[in-house]
Design a protein around this ligand. Structure first.
Ligand code: GLN
Length: 557
């Protein structure tokens, strides 16, 4: 049976609870343990797939096609975990399960209540994730004091009695604000937060104190006494420059050793060399490029969390800092692409839905193609690249039927019949199912053609990548686009679904129907992101050899 670490948060939200949970995972893996991480979210939506990116940030997609909270992306990036549906439960899903059981008559006439029925369902969800792991880390969404997270807290309180005190650890993350007038870090909000969680019956074993400066030993001692804890259980989680430095910062405070000791885990000394290397490359890179991201939700960086991380990873692979320029595609529609894209070393159009801003994306792609600037199109960005090529190279009046149902040339469309390799059966869509529309979700196999940009990047013929879309490339137009210079370099094993397109006479122009950003890690940068950033570095060098680049000046070469 695994041991359990429950991570809660106090004082206020956005303290980095997800990164803290992921970092604990990273440290335990570095100590030779097998871990998994689960997120319990207090909102009522059954899954995050229906939430607006404006409200909730990115929807992270797992191999098995679950639409989950973006924190699962952090878990996968910081560890070797590949998450699935069982790594994310919302209050909505828990209630949905309980209500379905009640409708089926499973409770045999019992009065169905929050305690024990909802809490039992939560405990079952927690136990469903971990069997072959040494440690299961469970992050509880929300902040202590919220009404809606109470059933989760009650369930994790009970867990200690279900699985044994020695098998459970409670970690609480709080904030110590620095108040200028008194010139010190204030401990009172932390004291209140711990008092609140103790009132629920949970005594934190370890406290992670987020600060913007070093916490003095005296302050640690004060917190420990007020919060009923050992002095060495108060750990300073100090602000760092990059999230990938968090495991190192927490380890230097002794977090991993404390966890290993308190849970009596069979672990070795943490091996953190690769994290040090990553942090060095992020902080002191030899190169620098600017990538323009042309999208719709550009004010909301959380909507593109995995994407921005994957670009950073592409930078790590090339010892390169990746500066991002966020371009609103509707502004490109008004003012033209030159104004926004002339300084970009690479242009990227990410995934998205709906017609608004599409023409600006297509104009930006034309600019990238004609000015020979490296271009990377992801999902919608691939579909727009196909439309751009069909319009401006093939002379077709092309569109996606998502944007114009009556387009004469639906080069991107809803495929009516296709073989679903994940489900192992033929999927059919009719007019009526097209409306709400089934999405192609999760991991699908893709075959790569040799002598292509995709093959140069992946160096293998068979890959698996994650999808989240409804529309597909229309094979009726394969002939004309390939004759005029677009290469289909990746497709489903039966050749029916177009997964990757590229333009051959161009420094680097590639669009993929899947979302490669979901599988990139700082320790294993995704091949396409590494290749895209590599091309941006190369092209910048060839255009501005004198700019070779910041590393020379810094004497890093
Ligand atoms: N809107 C497009 C589709 O549904 C692209 C989706 C995406 O980019 N994730 O196919």
């Amino acid at each position: 049976m695994p041991k359990f670490i429950f991570v809660t948060g106090g004082v206020l939200s956005s303290l980095g609870k997800g990164i803290a949970a992921a970092s604990i995972g990273a440290l335990l893996e570095a100590s030779g343990l097998k871990v998994t991480i689960q997120k319990l979210d207090p909102y009522i939506n059954v899954d995050p797939g229906t939430l607006s990116p404006f409200q909730h940030g990115e929807v992270f997609v797992t191999d098995d096609g679950a639409e989950t909270d973006l924190d699962l992306g952090h878990y996968e990036r910081f560890t070797h975990i590949r998450t699935s549906q069982t790594n994310n439960f919302t209050t909505g899903r828990i209630y949905y399960n309980v209500i379905s059981k009640e409708r089926r008559g499973d409770y045999l006439g019992d009065t169905v209540q929050v305690i024990p029925h909802i809490t039992d369902e939560i405990k079952q969800a927690i136990k469903s994730v971990g069997n072959n792991n040494d440690v299961v880390i469970v992050e509880i969404g929300g902040t202590i004091g919220d009404i809606e997270s109470l059933p989760f807290l009650e369930a994790i309180r009970q867990m200690r009695y279900d699985v044994g005190r020695e098998n459970v650890l409670y970690v609480h993350l709080t904030l110590l604000p620095f108040i200028k007038t008194s010139g010190e870090l204030k401990t009172k909000p932390t004291q209140h937060s711990v008092r609140e969680i103790r009132a629920i019956g949970i005594q934190p074993d370890l406290l992670l104190c987020r600060t913007d400066r070093t916490l003095t030993p005296e302050a640690k001692k004060k917190i420990a006494i007020h919060c009923n804890m050992d002095g060495d259980a108060v750990i300073n989680a100090i602000d760092v420059e990059t999230i990938y430095e968090v495991p190192l910062a927490l380890s230097s405070e002794g977090l991993d050793r404390q966890i290993i000791k308190k849970l009596s885990l069979p672990a070795k000394e943490a091996e953190l060399g690769h994290w040090k290397d990553i942090v060095r490359k992020i902080k002191e890179p030899k190169n620098e490029v600017t990538i323009a991201i042309v999208g719709k939700y550009v004010g909301l960086k959380d909507s593109y969390k995995s994407l921005t991380e994957a670009l950073t990873h592409g930078g790590i692979a090339n010892d390169c800092r990746v500066s991002l320029q966020w371009i609103d595609s509707e502004e490109v529609e008004v003012n033209g692409p030159e104004k926004y894209l002339s300084d970009a070393d690479g242009i990227l159009v990410p995934g998205g839905f709906g017609y608004r801003g599409i023409e600006g994306k297509i104009d930006s792609i034309r600019f990238a193609r004609e000015k020979r600037i490296p271009y990377f199109g992801i999902c919608l960005g691939m579909q727009c690249a196909v439309i751009e090529f069909a319009r401006n190279v093939c002379g077709l009046n092309a569109n996606s039927s998502e944007f114009d149902l009556n387009t004469p040339t639906p080069i991107i469309y809803l495929m009516e019949k296709w073989y679903d390799f994940r489900k192992g059966k033929v999927e059919e869509r009719t007019e009526s199912t097209q409306k709400g529309g089934t999405m192609r979700l999760g991991a699908y196999p893709c075959v790569i053609e040799e002598k292509t940009l995709a093959h140069a990047a992946y160096r293998t013929k068979e890959i698996s990548e994650r999808h989240r879309h409804r529309y597909e490339f229309n094979n009726a137009y394969k002939g004309i686009v390939t004759r005029l210079g677009m290469k289909i370099s990746g497709h489903s094993p039966d050749g029916e679904l177009v997964e990757i397109v590229e333009i051959q006479d161009h420094p680097w122009f590639l669009g993929c129907q899947f979302h490669p950003e979901f599988k990139s890690r700082p320790t294993e940068p995704h091949p396409l992101f590494a290749a895209f950033i590599g091309a941006a570095v190369r092209e910048k060098r060839s255009l501005f050899p004198q700019a070779e680049i910041i590393g020379r000046e810094k004497g890093l070469d």
